[in-house]
Design a protein around this ligand. Structure first.
Ligand code: GDP
Length: 455
């Protein structure tokens, strides 16, 4: 058997160094790339807002907008025309909700944005988690209409849960869009009231970076791309438009120097032969021709090709959203949630680990042996809380009580989590992206946190 370049680790390192140089030159002079997720309670106006944004940026052909306007008029839901720009399937249109995380691209002055449109409906939180694991930054959309903001924000509403999920999945930059301000006559008082309520909550939830609040209306298009024209808003608001807010986000660092980790979000057949996996480059880089190993099942494969935005490329780097064309592996031996890595630096695999978690506002306390659903990047896995190791002081992290009998809402703790089969997991201090977990029970997020020990 002839040795190929990728059999030799030393050569591999050398090639990677060259590729890193390619990476730096490729990115130099290019717009920075940013993955943006848009979250908020159902009906907060997310789809309308984004549809309007894409249209006003000239991203959508006038003919298509016209067609959507005609179609929506026919079914008596004229206001849906903009939302349809994003909702591609018929089912979503009929139900008037956004179900999956659809991708769209657009550009601001300094950035190239990939939009991950998150659904607001309760049943679809698992999709939102998937989107949030891919996101660098987020817009939290709230409906300023009297009564509606309160419904979305108070218990049962999705605004808080979405914000908590974002934070626990590592999204630290967030802007709040105070939407539908047309319904309250552009009231400055209403805007301030909402800003005050949310800012207290977001601080508690652990968002430390300065948060921008943008007043706008997706339906009328006010303060989305162009500065406000309506007297009601322009008389008191001189801050940035929504597009300016997006352009002002800071791009997170891309951990290209770390070991290669790719999380599998989807597996699909190619039109020709073989199959591809799409997913997120968590850390490191990968090149065409590389030998890889897919864990936890320990399946070797070779990267035959890399697709980014439907065109072929030779390398992919941390932060990229790409598809890998694989050979030498059976499609059945792969699953969503698996991790692809280099044979020279395998991702740890374990069925028992400890995490430092915060408990959300839950109705029933958490106890030993409780079954939960574990979310980690694209992985969704049945698990149990196998030990309550210690309860911690929320702000100092000191141990308050060892082996507590239960954990109440809003507390902080070290817990041991066990899964029936081994899964890929990293210490948060090593690879942040694979060291964050979220625990859910009966469709509600009960806790989220960071992996501190792997057994
Ligand atoms: P989503 O569930 O968050 O995606 O919300 P949609 O974009 O589907 O909007 C929900 C409803 O609110 C629709 O009937 C929209 O026409 C309406 N809507 C959206 N944005 C605005 C707005 O800025 N002002 C007003 N008055 N209504 C809006």
């Amino acid at each position: 058997r002839g040795e190929s370049a990728s059999d030799d680790p030393a050569r591999n390192v050398e090639e990677k160094r060259d590729a890193l140089a390619i990476y730096k030159s490729k990115r130099a002079g290019c717009k920075e790339q940013l993955h943006l997720i848009v979250v908020g309670h159902v009906d907060a106006g997310k789809s309308t807002l984004l549809g309007r944004l894409l249209c006003d940026l000239g991203q959508v052909p006038a003919k298509l907008i016209h067609k959507y306007q005609q179609d929506s008029k026919k079914i008596g839901k004229q206001s849906f025309a903009y939302a349809w720009v994003l909702d591609e399937t018929g089912e979503e249109r009929e139900r008037g909700i956004t179900m999956d995380v659809g991708h769209s691209k657009f550009e601001t002055d300094t950035k190239s944005i990939t939009l991950l449109d998150a659904p607001g409906h309760r049943d679809f939180i698992p999709n939102m988690i998937m989107g949030a694991t891919q996101a660098d930054v987020a817009l939290l959309v709230v409906d300023a209409t009297r009564g509606e903001f309160e419904t979305g924000f108070d218990s049962g509403g999705q605004t808080r849960e979405h914000a908590l999920l974002l934070r626990s999945l590592g999204v630290s930059q967030i802007s709040v869009v105070v939407n539908k301000l047309d319904t309250v006559d552009w009231s400055k008082e209403r805007f301030n009231e909402i800003v005050n309520k949310i800012s207290v909550f977001l601080k508690q939830a652990g968002f430390r970076d300065a948060i921008t609040y943008v007043p706008c209306s997706g339906l009328s298009g006010e303060n989305i791309v162009a500065k406000p024209k309506s007297e009601g808003l322009s008389s008191w608001y001189t801050g940035p438009t929504l597009v300016e807010v997006i352009d002002n986000f800071k791009c997170p660092e891309r951990p290209v120097d770390k070991p290669f980790r790719f999380s599998v979000n989807d597996i699909f057949k190619n039109t020709g032969s073989g199959f591809s996996i799409s997913g997120h480059m968590e850390t490191g880089m990968v090149s065409v021709g590389d030998k890889v190993v897919i864990l936890p099942r320990n399946e070797p494969a070779v990267v035959k090709g890399i697709q980014e935005d439907e065109s072929s490329t030779t390398h992919a780097f941390a932060g990229d959203q790409v598809s890998l064309i694989l050979s030498g592996i059976d499609q059945q031996n792969l699953a969503v949630g698996d991790i692809v890595c280099s044979p020279y630096n395998l991702v740890p695999v374990s069925s028992c680990f400890q995490a430092h978690v915060v408990i959300f506002s839950i109705k029933m306390p958490l106890t030993n042996g409780m079954p939960v659903v574990l979310h980690q990047q694209s992985l969704v896995e049945p698990a149990t809380i196998s030990k309550l190791v210690a309860q911690l002081n929320r702000s100092t992290g000191e141990v308050i009580k060892k082996k507590p009998r239960c954990l109440m809402k809003n507390s902080s703790a070290i817990v041991e989590i066990s899964t029936q089969r081994p899964i890929c997991v990293e210490l948060h201090k090593d690879v942040k992206q694979l060291g964050r977990v979220t625990l859910r029970i009966d469709g509600t997020t009960v806790a989220a946190g960071l992996v501190t020990k792997i057994k």
